[in-house]
Ligand binder design. Structure first.
Ligand SMILES: Nc1nc2c(ncn2[C@@H]2O[C@H](COP(=O)(O)OP(=O)(O)OP(=O)(O)O)[C@@H](O)[C@H]2O)c(=O)[nH]1
Ligand SMILES: [Mg+2]
Length: 454
């Protein structure tokens, strides 16, 4: 699901490199491609307008943190915006305050109402020990009532029997009576769908709403609905005051637009998604997961977040200043580098988060080379040095007795100690070369050194 949108959006963002701020020109340039990508992903025009407007407002003048690319920052901002549009702060729980609590399912033909009814009952029974009763109000399609009865049996929940010669609201009234007298916690009403939104269907649904006063009216929509999703959602929401939506068939080859459109147009939470043919293929809707899937950029978003949160910018600046001045690099600097790299999950962590790199790199070989234990060993050896030794590396390089003390204090072998010194000297040389240059570049180069070490 969502693959086409993700590919397009990542293509749009990949072209932005080498800047320290998101500019209006970049957003303008990106907007055309983004608009096309969203349209091709079946996001409705009106929804695209709102989405891009929100995005531009948030993105303009955003700083590109050192070490990140403009495209990374844009991806992260777009991702955050998607999460918001998909309902980050929504309340996804069902409001089942009455007994019996009535849940009414509405939506077009074939959307997945009947199968969702059985899935939901099964889940409520399992997770909340709710006593559920199902009933079909579909008096138009002869097989509809049998279909629900069969699914209810599979889900091991009760189904209120009805016949097609009754009216939908008389069936609903009878089912409510039964639910009340037999102390059911929940009654789920499965309504009849129509090919298109029409007045008959809406009138019937409104009538049912008045008779049953449901706690929840859930709009069930096929995720492959495409451009019509926004219009359909609007029609149902205007007439019925929906309490939420259910996105079905997310296992199919959909282009992702329906989820965005439904949430944005109705303003109601998408409470569930169904992910397959089986009764258990029911999930709570997760905006973060869907937004990341939409972007499909590996863990690039979390990497950018980590850069922002964990790279101590002050520390980096201080170090850069010092290097600018003297090109000096001591053991304190090495310790600080290691700490920053460790906070990003070490080299392995950094590499594994970069999109598309995983497939191209011989990960097994890298894993051997990037043994994080060697970082830890170096850190221990530095901790065993005195403050003077850390600040004046020559003391360590030239005085054998100090070396011995550090080795025994840290419990590392002579071989490890020598390797550490070699590493340190390489980094010192590199620091001299990088005098006055970008710290994050330097960090990257230093990481290369670690990678090439063994
Ligand atoms: N692959 C897949 N198929 C699904 C999913 N949800 C429902 N279906 C299938 O979609 C078809 C239609 O589902 P129904 O539950 O009958 O749809 P409905 O909304 O009740 O349709 P009407 O009663 O005609 O209005 C059935 O064949 C379901 O098995 C899903 O998440 N994934
Ligand atoms: Mg049905």
């Amino acid at each position: 699901m969502f693959q086409q949108l993700s590919q397009r959006i990542s293509d749009v963002f990949r072209s932005f490199t080498g800047t320290d701020k998101i500019t209006d020109a970049m957003l303008q340039q990106g907007a055309v491609s983004l608009r096309n990508a969203l349209r091709d992903a079946d996001v409705a025009e009106s929804v695209t307008d709102q989405l891009l407007q929100q995005f531009n407002e948030k993105a303009l003048n955003q700083a590109v943190v050192s070490g990140a690319k403009a495209s990374d920052v844009l991806v992260k901002l777009f991702h955050d915006n998607l999460i918001e549009v998909l309902g980050k702060d929504d309340d996804f729980s069902l409001k089942l305050s009455k007994k019996p609590a009535i849940i009414m399912l509405v939506g077009l033909q074939g959307a997945g109402k009947t199968t969702f009814a059985a899935r939901l009952a099964k889940q409520l029974k399992k997770d909340h020990s709710s006593k559920c009763l199902l009933t079909s109000l579909d008096v138009y399609r002869p097989a509809a009532m049998d279909q629900l009865a069969t699914l209810a049996q599979q889900a091991d929940v009760d189904c209120f029997p009805a016949t097609p010669d009754q009216t939908p609201d008389s069936i609903a009234k009878n089912a409510m009576e039964r639910a009340k007298s037999e102390s059911y916690d929940v009654l789920i009403l499965d309504t009849a769908g129509r090919m298109h939104v029409n007045d008959d269907m809406m009138a019937e649904c409104r009538q049912l709403q008045q008779v049953c006063k449901p706690c929840e009216i859930l709009f069930v929509i096929d995720s492959m609905t495409g451009q019509d999703a926004a219009n359909n959602a609007k029609a149902f929401n205007d007439q019925l005051a929906l309490t939420g939506a259910v996105l079905t068939k997310t296992d199919g080859d959909s282009r992702g637009g329906a989820a965005l459109s439904v949430r944005q147009v109705t303003g109601k939470p998408i409470k569930y998604m169904t992910t397959g043919e089986h009764l258990d293929d029911l999930d709570n809707f997760q905006p973060e997961r869907i937004a990341s899937q939409i972007l499909g950029m590996g863990d690039i978003v979390s990497l950018v977040k980590q850069f922002e949160n964990k790279v101590d910018q002050e520390k980096t600046k201080k170090m850069a200043k010092k290097l600018l001045k003297s090109g000096d690099f001591d053991f304190n600097d090495l310790a600080a580098q290691l700490e920053q790299m460790a906070s990003l999950g070490g080299m392995k962590g950094i590499l594994s988060k970069l999109p598309n790199l995983g497939g191209q790199l011989p990960m097994e070989m890298l894993e051997k080379k990037l043994d994080s234990a060697s970082f830890d060993h170096i850190a221990v050896m530095i901790r065993s040095m005195t403050p003077q030794e850390r600040a004046f590396p020559t003391l360590v390089m030239n005085v054998k007795s100090r070396q011995k003390r550090i080795m025994s204090g840290s419990g590392r072998s002579q071989k490890e100690f020598k390797a550490m010194l070699k590493q340190f000297q390489r980094m010192q040389k590199m620091a001299a070369k990088f005098k006055g240059k970008n710290m994050m570049n330097m960090m990257g180069k230093m990481s290369d050194l670690f990678g090439g070490q063994r």
